[in-house]
Ligand binder design. Sequence first.
Ligand SMILES: Cc1cc2nc3c(=O)[nH]c(=O)nc-3n(C[C@H](O)[C@H](O)[C@H](O)COP(=O)(O)O)c2cc1C
Length: 294
Amino acid sequence: MIKIDKESCINCTICYEICPDYVFSVDEVEKKDVTVRFADHCCICGHCVSMCPIGAVTHDTLPCDDFVKISKPEIKPLDLQNLIFSRRSVRKYKDKQVEKETINQLIECAAHAGSAGNVQTEGFIVLNDKSFLKKLELVVVDSLWHGGVKFFKGKGLIQKFLSKRFGAKLTYQYQKYHKLIVRRRENNEEEGMIFRNAPAVIAIHGLKANYLAQTNSAIALRNIELMAQTLGLGTCHVGFLVTASNMRTRKINKMLGLDNKRKIYGALMIGYPKYKYKHRIPKQDRKVNTMYSA
Ligand SMILES: Cc1cc2nc3c(=O)[nH]c(=O)nc-3n(C[C@H](O)[C@H](O)[C@H](O)COP(=O)(O)O)c2cc1C
C-alpha cells in the first residue's frame, strides 16, 4: 500500500504529477497538500517512491533499500545509434558456453523493461542443454509443418486462397519455409535449423489473457539484444519457436513446463559470434505518414 508521511512531506507535488494511475490528489488551488486518494489504483511502478526528494512516499512491497541510486549513463547518442545500427542477427556461434552470471545479467536487463500496467507477468526459460534443444527443434519443425506450412506447396486453388488470406509477401515467405523444411528433411539436415546450434536460448512467456504480452516480451528481448552486444555476445530471434507455440501451444508448453494459461511470446539464441560484421547493412525506406503540422 502506498503511503505519504505527512510530517515530512514538503508538498513538492512531484508524486502527484508523475503518477500514471492518478493515485494522489492535491489541493487544486494552492497546489499543495498531497494526499493518497485512490491507493487501490496503484500499479506499484515505484516512480513516486523513487522521485520523492525526502523519502516521504513509501510502498509496503517496495523496500527503500531496493532503490539503488542511478549512476549517470555515459552513453553518447551516437554511440547508442552505432550500437543499434551495428546489431545483427547472429546465427553462427563459437563453441563456447555463455556464463551463468551473464545470462542472469541479461535476464535482469529484460526484467527492467516496461510492461503495460506494470503487470510484470512475463517469465523466462533458459535453455542450454544441447540434447533438449535438439528434441525441441524437432517438435518445432513438426509443429510448423502440421500447423500450416505443409499447405504452402506453391500451386493450385489452395494456394490462391492462401495468397488472398495472407497477402503476397507472407505467402512467399511461408512457401520458402515449406521448401526449407522439405529439403532439410530430405537431406537429414533438420539439426540446427531452428536454434542454429547456439549455446543458449532465452525464451520469454506470458499470459495468453494479456493482450500486450507480445509487446512486453518484444521490449524485454530488445533489452537483452542490446546488452548482449555490449558484452561481446550475438543474438538472433527464434521466431520459429514463437510460431510453433502459436500453432501447437499445448505441445510446446508441455515440453517447456508451462501451464496452458501461458504461451511463448519470444525467444533469442545467444552466444559468442564466430564472425564479426564489418559493414552496416542498408534497410528499406519505410513509409512514414506525418500527421502533425509543420
Ligand atoms: C520477430 C523476429 C523473428 C525472427 N525469427 C528468426 C528465426 O526464427 N530464425 C532466424 O534465423 N532469424 C530470425 N529472425 C531474424 C531475421 O531474419 C532478421 O532480423 C532479418 O533477416 C534482418 O537481419 P538483422 O536482424 O541482422 O538486421 C527473426 C527476427 C525477428 C524480428
